[in-house]
Design a protein around this ligand. Structure first.
Ligand code: SF4
Length: 690
């Protein structure tokens, strides 16, 4: 009989608890456990996403030994040589060009919070720079910036289970069935209880199909639509005047900003009928409890932070905050992207969202870490890296930990060129990936299932992940590798286990101070804020309408709509938006190495196009087509769909063959530096016509 090891699924921010079934040292299955967010259910990735751990065929692709590039060829070496070489090269570059010439990443995937804590500590205390960032920059970076401005915390205000009990769910640019199947179940359950569902999405999604109202806005028109929603709430006097007066600031400026965004004016920009804009807001305002859920359809635009603030303003106007079953929910995509942010793998904050420019905070970390002076200025963002290398010659080394930016970031060709120009690239991961092709050193680490730690679910829940099997190959936990490099660079760093790291982190972070391993063990999880040992954690934020902003009030915000940066033209007449596929996760480092999931969907990826465009271009469903943008060319399988509007196309970013980030553009939101992955101009052709 197999042993059961309780852990957390590594494939999305839903944070489902599961048991790994272990027999004779191998994982042989998984079954759902009764976690707070999943209550004994899970999706196909939870059921089948473990077989990369011990499939003998797949294990040949696993990184099992450190490697160093020697005379242009990667050679396996012993750990001692790899650590020493990495430390010497980083020290030399730091000495020659200064600490800010080195960039590092955290990892929102398998490693866990403790490894992220250690990585940001390494960059700050050992390298001496705040140049630490991670892939939240290409997804929910705007949520962190926008919600911190509006409400004070860059996280979901309420909890995943509460969604089911809301009277209205307002879904904006978010497709839960593909990204968070267990959240989708909550939406369906809410519908079955009588909740109204309103969906704003250019494409008819699965959530759109069960909605009461689908508002098919044109891609790139989010801000105009959100402004018009505000206009209806204010001008039809649907907003909660008493709540706004008591708990918000900026109302007069807000009203000025939305003045011209009548529903009729917004219809001209968004394509959504004025009557539908009005109807949607009348429903939203009258619901006793209403929840906004949003995703990449909000965040991956160059005006994303503004839209996040605008959505938060709708909740503030209607008093849908500070109580159960309401709120604003940026549903974090990757399993631990909330955690990597929590742990300060960001260029502007230490763990616990403590500002790197705050002198008192900095002194606290200097004392705790035994460092005379920590860096004073904010670091670089991940998405600025290509520009910083190619145009400004500012970066010389890159320590990439548990990420594959060549697959996940926009304009892959430019990023490859930038990596080639660097003097030193370290890649720390579990499988070979596209970024590792540019590495000077590869440091192989343990995978999910092979190490302990904590993940943060999308709704601020700290949960324990547990080691189920012995690691494959000569690999080490991420936190141990980073600690060894730090020690070799002259900063002794050593921890006995992940709990020791966690306790050090807690001692420095008032938000997380009471979230001990023991409490997670007893309660199942602990949602932050959890300031003291006797505090149980916080299912919903802003009780008593006390916001975490400087004034304690929610900040209303609206501004002019700006169109996306690259518009279609005669040469590139269609618009590409990147999306997700339910069976796979992120850059497929793990799911691409799971047989069951690969059988469900595999290379090459598809491009969804409308019936009209397919007819105009003479393209058949299933046909391989050529796709080009100003940045690259790929091939993919056409998927002709009545869900797609004319002029729009969609591709998932998971596929190694036909990778859509060869096409995407690196225009950034000016505040969050998040790329406009939801909008770039492309051309599509039949292979036979080329
Ligand atoms: Fe749950 Fe997400 Fe894992 Fe599916 S992928 S089992 S929804 S955590």
């Amino acid at each position: 009989m197999a042993d059961k090891v309780l852990t957390v699924c590594p494939y999305c921010g839903s944070g489902c608890n599961l048991h790994l079934l272990v027999d004779n040292g191998q994982v042989v299955g998984a079954e759902p456990a009764n976690g707070r967010t999943n209550e004994g259910t899970m999706c196909l990735k939870g059921h089948y996403g473990w077989d990369f751990l011990n499939d003998p065929q797949i294990l040949t692709a696993r990184l099992r030994k450190p490697m160093i590039r020697k005379n242009g060829v990667m050679e396996e070496v012993e750990w001692e040589e790899a650590i020493q070489y990495t430390a010497e090269r980083l020290s030399a570059i730091k000495e020659k060009y200064g600490p800010d010439s080195i960039m590092g990443t955290g990892s929102a995937r398998g490693p866990g919070n403790e490894a992220n804590y250690v990585m940001q500590k390494f960059m700050r205390a050992v390298i001496g720079t705040n140049n630490i960032d991670h892939c939240a920059r290409v997804c929910h970076g705007p949520s962190v910036a926008g919600l911190t401005y509006s409400l004070g915390d860059g996280a979901m205000s309420n909890s995943i289970p509460e969604i089911e009990h809301s009277d209205l769910i307002f879904v904006f640019g978010y497709n839960a069935p593909e990204t968070h199947p267990i959240v989708a179940r909550r939406i369906v359950a809410a519908k079955q209880r009588g909740a109204k569902i309103i969906v704003c999405d250019p494409r008819m999604t699965e959530t759109g199909r069960i909605s009461d109202m689908w508002l098919p806005l044109k891609g790139g028109s989010n801000m105009a639509l959100v402004n018009a929603f505000g206009h209806v709430l204010v001008h039809e006097e649907l907003y909660d005047k008493r709540y706004v007066e008591a708990n918000t600031e900026g109302f007069a400026e807000y009203v000025d900003s939305i003045q011209k965004y009548t529903p009729e004016y917004a219809e001209g920009i968004t394509g959504v009928k004025a009557a539908d804009i009005r109807a949607a807001m009348r429903e939203y305002a009258k619901a006793p409890t209403a929840t906004i859920l949003y995703g990449m359809g909000v965040c991956q635009f160059s005006q994303a932070v503004d839209v996040v603030k605008g959505l938060a303003s709708l909740a503030l106007l209607t008093g849908n905050l500070g109580k159960p079953n309401v709120g604003v929910g940026p549903v974090r995509g990757q399993n631990n992207v909330q955690g990597s942010c929590d742990m300060g793998a960001l260029p502007n904050v230490y763990p616990g969202y403590q500002d790197v420019t705050d002198t008192a905070v900095r002194k606290k970390f200097e004392k705790a870490w035994g460092v005379e002076q920590l860096p004073r200025k904010k670091g670089y963002s991940l998405t600025e890296v290509p520009h910083l290398i190619l145009k400004e010659n500012k970066l010389k080394a890159y320590y990439i930990f548990g990420e594959d930016p060549v697959q996940s970031d926009p304009n892959a060709a430019e990023l490859r060129e930038a990596l080639e120009q660097l003097e030193f690239v370290v890649v720390q991961d579990i499988f070979m990936n596209k970024t590792a092709l540019h590495a000077d050193v590869i440091l192989p680490s343990t995978a999910w299932g092979e190490h302990d730690g904590v993940y943060s679910s999308a709704d601020r829940g700290f949960q324990r992940i547990r080691k189920a099997v012995e690691p494959q190959g000569d690999v080490k936990p991420d936190w141990a590798i980073i600690s060894e490099v730090a020690t070799a660079m002259g900063y002794p760093m050593s921890y006995a286990n992940t709990e020791e790291i966690w306790d050090e982190m807690r001692s420095l972070c008032p938000l997380f101070a009471g979230a001990s391993y023991q409490k997670m063990e007893e309660q199942g999880d602990v949602q932050w804020p959890c300031p003291t040992e006797d505090h149980p954690g916080t299912p919903y934020l802003y009780k008593g309408n006390q916001f975490s902003t400087p004034s304690g009030k929610g900040r209303l915000f609206a501004c002019e709509w700006r169109p996306p940066q690259e518009q279609p033209d005669a040469k590139f007449p269609l618009v590409l938006s990147t999306v997700r596929e339910v069976g796979h996760y992120s850059v497929r480092t793990m799911t691409g190495n799971c047989r069951a999931l690969r059988q469900l969907a595999d290379e090459p990826g598809f491009i969804q196009i409308s019936l009209q465009d397919a007819a105009d271009l003479n393209i058949l469903d299933g046909e391989i087509v050529a796709i080009s943008s100003r940045r690259g060319h790929i091939m993919a399988r056409a998927q002709v769909s009545d869900r797609v509007q004319q002029g729009a196309t969609y591709m998932t970013y998971h596929w190694w063959v036909g990778a859509c980030n060869e096409l995407t553009a690196d225009f950034l939101d000016p505040v969050s530096k998040t790329p406009e992955l939801k909008y770039c101009a492309i051309r599509l052709e039949r292979i036979a016509d080329q």
